[in-house]
Design a protein around this ligand. Structure first.
Ligand SMILES: Nc1ncnc2c1ncn2[C@@H]1O[C@H](COP(=O)(O)OP(=O)(O)OP(=O)(O)O)[C@@H](O)[C@H]1O
Ligand SMILES: [Mg+2]
Length: 373
């Protein structure tokens, strides 16, 4: 664990106790002919970290802007802690907001930038100085309050924006790709810090990213969006391991998609015919469609011996690529081309060219899904 720069000390509370439940009911946004957000139903529970994940143009920012009150929705209703806020201006919604372009005032110092949020809320001068200083302290910038944004690094500017969003004790935080401008290392550090801060404050967060690793690392729940709609929503492991469609499976990382026909469905399980790979028992989330496939992540395929192979069959190795920590093998089995990933340290079957090679998987790693494309 790296030491967290962001401390967990208390921020003085003002106003009523923060709850931070956010609810969107059938919210839509049209820009002329473009339906940016399409009848969205979404709930963020108090203290929950929910991430909107989706490709460019899927409506993530538009959704955030409507919750924040910077965009008016075409239909539906937004509620915060059970109260409709549709007619409230942004400042009265009690939400801390950090957008990708976090727009600090260049002529103000870091401290003044943070204080500004309180000035807008008419907090008395002496109190706001103290609270702004505390907020900067909390994000590890206690000694840099006097610097102008141009005298701060990208990561430090990002922290100022975060302090500014937190200083008035909002009920919830809206973070739209807040780390997009940071390099990978700093980004990972900030991910941990934001998560720690969120936990210590017990604040709810609606977060936007199109980086699936970031979504996996930070979220209690991932909401996958596409074309203004929610395609799937659930805890990260569930969405990753049990995607409902091939699009979700592929969007969240590499996977093997094996077309299949359904032989039998009973509740959470199905028996499918995988063609050359034979019959297999797989997980079933009940997704309905016309064409089906089974998704197995490359890291869930494994080399096995013929005797141990419950699900699986004989395979031929096509190539092996060392990626550092892992090795990616391409192979064919039962007429399907498959990818298998294992730790470089594993050096399992696959290592000798003349071996009898078998590939297998555990049945709870195979997910039946609908082929959209
Ligand atoms: N002011 C606007 N006028 C017209 N169309 C808009 C406007 N803002 C957004 N759109 C359109 O609405 C759709 C959703 O845009 P949005 O910015 O919400 O996507 P996003 O998911 O945030 O994408 P990104 O990952 O690129 O930030 C897009 O098709 C976009 O072109
Ligand atoms: Mg966006």
């Amino acid at each position: 664990m790296t030491a967290s720069v962001i401390s967990a000390g208390p921020i003085p509370r003002s106003g009523s106790a923060a709850q931070g439940a956010i609810e969107l009911r059938q919210v839509s946004k049209n820009y002329g002919d473009v339906i940016a957000v399409d009848q969205l139903d979404l709930t963020v529970r108090p203290g929950e970290f929910v991430t909107l994940l989706g490709p460019s143009g899927s409506g993530k920012t538009t959704t955030m802007m409507m919750v924040a009150g910077f965009e008016e929705h075409t239909a539906g209703s937004v509620l915060i802690d059970g109260t409709p806020v549709d007619s409230l201006p942004p400042r009265e919604r009690n939400l801390g907001v950090v957008f990708q372009n976090y727009a600090l005032f260049p002529h103000m110092s870091a401290l003044e930038n943070v204080e500004f949020a309180l000035r807008m809320r008419k907090v008395p001068r002496a109190e706001r100085r103290q609270r702004a200083a505390d907020a900067l302290d909390r994000v590890g910038l206690g000694k840099m309050g006097g610097r102008k944004p141009r005298q701060l690094s990208g990561g430090q500017q990002q922290r100022v924006a975060l302090a500014r969003a937190l200083v008035f004790n909002p009920a919830a935080l809206l973070l739209d790709e807040p780390m997009a401008a940071l390099d990978k290392r700093l980004r990972e550090q900030m991910q941990e810090e934001i998560k720690a801060l969120q936990k210590s404050l017990g604040i709810s967060v609606l977060f936007v990213t199109h980086d699936q690793d970031e979504a996996m690392a930070m979220s209690d729940r991932i909401v996958v969006m596409r074309d203004g709609k929610i395609i799937q929503s659930g805890p990260p492991e569930e969405v990753y391991n049990h995607p409902l469609t091939d699009w979700v499976a592929s969007f969240l990382g590499d996977t093997n998609l094996i077309p299949c026909t359904i032989v039998e469905r009973n509740g959470e399980e199905a028996v499918v015919d995988l063609g050359g790979l034979g019959l297999a028992r797989v997980r079933d989330r009940g997704a309905d469609g016309v064409n089906y496939a089974v998704s197995i992540r490359p890291e869930h395929l494994k080399f096995s011996t013929q005797a141990a192979a419950g699900n699986g069959c004989a395979a031929t190795l096509l190539s092996s690529t060392n990626l550092g920590a892992t090795v990616r093998h391409r192979l064919t089995a039962g007429g399907h081309e498959l990818q298998l990933r294992e730790l470089s340290s594993a050096r399992g079957a696959g290592s000798g060219p003349d071996e009898d090679l078998w590939v297998g998987w555990d049945e709870d790693r195979a997910q039946l899904l609908v082929l959209e494309s």
